[in-house]
Every structure is written in structure tokens, then in C-alpha cells.
Write a protein that binds this ligand. Structure first.
Ligand code: GUN
Length: 294
């Protein structure tokens, strides 16, 4: 069994990003990212802070807006529009999920698609669907694809089974891996909470990608001998032995699944660091496109 080290691969990408940020600054522009959080969900707050911190470490301009849970949709959209018009900002990310009184799709639609580094705007979703490389692709799917490529795992022709159909991971990941070209050309099956014969389908996979949001959902019986397993899940489970009172576990029952795998990602230290690495890379790309630097 081979452990796929997401931290190490993310560091390699950060080195490239730092160089690209330097090059962009030498051309007269500092790439800037604005991250918006509404409410005080502790996990979302931790993600937003780590994104802000990583921007600073890589030499990007970073602005963090932490808004009260009672913020109205109107005020949130007004902030998005202000960021659309701000020449120092090239990437805008509104942390998902927002509180339930906010219509998330209306907020996403308000983001300038050229600054939509999350790749959630309908224009960018359409471009991914069409295989048009001028759009932005969501960061977690991009990170999963890059992990596979950097680990030398053949995607072309492989049967990839994606567990989960979310807008953030499952759906865009399926499109990305089935599109033509490098990192694509896979045979993709998507299964979800309503799928029949789920274990039978996942057992036929060369590559299983778990993004179903349920702790330890994928068991040994879901995976065939020699498969590659990518675990996108980040679930908090109670752990009285931990000072925080909880620990983070993936969607995969790692201890029982890992011995069967050709390669597998750990949680934490697998997909997580890659998501943020791809966000930084998307922000540089947004900046360079807006300023026609390539
Ligand atoms: N919540 C979980 N993952 C993501 C992400 O990639 N982007 C945003 N905006 N919210 C998220």
C-alpha cells in the first residue's frame, strides 16, 4: 500500500505558485483573493483562516470578510458586487454553505465569472461541461485530479467511481475526469445515497473517490484488491481522548480499506492541502487572465 502524501504534493504546487506570484508582481500586478464567510460555523471559519494565511505566505494580497450570521442576502450581494469592482481583487470565494436564509445560487450568480476562483458560477460550470479550458474548475476536484497525476496513476481508460454528487465535488469531478485530454479520458460512474447496489459498483472501480460526507462510509467490502482510493471527506467525530473533544476522519474506513489498496490518501494530509493549493493557483490564473499577462 502506498500512502499518497497530499501535503508534499501541495508544497510542490505552492513552490510553483510562489514563483508565478513573483512573476506577476514583477509585471506590475499583485494577485488578490477575497474570502467571505457568513456566520460562525467553526469548520468554515478554520478553512477561511487557512486560506487567508496561505495567501500571505505565498505573497498574494488577501482580504477576509467575516460577516454575522444575520447578514442579509442583499448586503452579501452588495459586498460581492463591491469585490467585483475592486481592481485589487482577482478571486472571490464565498464560503459554502451559507446560513439557510441565504440563497446561495443567487450569491454565486452575482460573482463576476472572471473572478470566480471556486468555479461555481453557471458560466464556469458550463465551460467545464463543454470542455472549454477558459473557465475555472472547482478546487477540490482539481486537487483530486492533480493528486492522481502527480502520483503517476493512470486516469485515461480507468473506471473511476465517484461517491457523491455535490456541486462542490462529485459533479464537477465526474466532468473533469471524463473530459478529453491530460488527466481525463476516464470511464466515470457516479453513485450517491440513493444508488442501488452501491458496493457492487464501487468494487468494479480502478479508482474510488469518496465525497459523500459520511464518516467511514467506505468499508473494505466496497473496494477491490489493488484499487486506488481518494478520500475527500472531512468529518468531525467525537473523541474524548483529544484535547479538542473531536477528531477529523474521512469518508473511508482507512484502517480496514488501506491494506487492500494500491494507493490511498490519508485524512488529514490528503486532499485537504490540495484544495487550498488549487485555490491559490486559480487566483493567480484569474489575475493573469484579467490583466492579459499570458
Ligand atoms: N466549502 C467546502 N469546500 C468549499 C470550497 O471549495 N469553496 C467554497 N466556497 N466553500 C466550500
Amino acid at each position: 500500500m502506498n500512502l499518497i502524501d497530499g501535503k508534499l504534493i501541495a508544497q510542490k504546487i505552492h513552490t510553483e505558485t510562489r514563483a508565478a506570484a513573483e512573476r506577476t508582481k514583477a509585471q506590475g500586478v499583485t494577485p488578490g483573493l477575497a474570502v467571505v464567510l457568513v456566520g460562525d460555523d467553526p469548520a468554515s471559519r478554520a478553512y477561511v483562516r487557512s486560506k487567508d494565511k496561505m495567501c500571505r505566505e505565498l505573497g498574494l494580497h488577501s482580504v477576509k470578510h467575516e460577516l454575522a450570521a444575520t447578514t442579509t442576502q442583499e448586503d452579501l450581494i452588495a459586498l460581492v458586487q463591491q469585490l467585483n469592482d475592486d481592481p485589487a481583487i482577482h478571486g472571490i470565494l464565498v464560503q459554502s454553505p451559507p446560513p439557510s436564509h441565504i440563497d446561495e445560487s443567487a450569491v454565486i450568480a452575482a460573482i463576476d465569472p472572471r473572478k470566480d476562483v471556486d468555479g461555481f458560477h453557471p458560466i464556469n460550470v458550463a465551460k467545464l461541461t463543454l470542455g472549454d479550458p477558459t473557465g475555472f474548475v472547482p478546487c477540490t476536484p482539481l486537487g483530486c485530479q492533480r493528486l492522481l497525476v502527480e502520483s503517476g496513476i493512470e486516469i485515461a481508460g480507468a473506471h473511476v467511481v465517484v461517491l457523491g454528487r455535490s456541486m462542490i465535488v462529485g459533479k464537477p469531478l465526474a466532468l473533469l475526469l471524463m473530459n478529453k485530454g491530460k488527466g481525463g479520458d476516464a470511464t466515470v460512474t457516479v453513485v450517491h445515497s440513493r444508488s442501488k447496489n452501491l458496493a457492487e459498483i464501487t468494487r468494479s472501480a480502478d479508482i474510488v473517490i469518496a465525497a459523500i460526507g459520511r464518516a467511514h462510509f467506505v468499508k473494505a467490502e466496497h473496494v477491490r484488491e489493488g484499487a486506488v482510493v481518494i478520500d475527500v471527506g472531512i468529518n468531525r467525530v467525537d473523541d474524548p481522548s483529544n484535547a479538542k473533544g473531536y477528531k477529523l476522519v474521512g469518508d473511508v474506513d482507512f484502517d480496514n480499506v488501506a491494506p487492500k489498496c494500491r494507493a490511498i490518501t490519508p485524512v488529514p494530509g490528503g486532499v485537504g492541502p490540495m484544495t487550498i493549493a488549487m485555490l491559490m493557483a486559480n487566483t493567480i490564473a484569474a489575475c493573469r487572465r484579467i490583466h492579459s499577462l499570458d
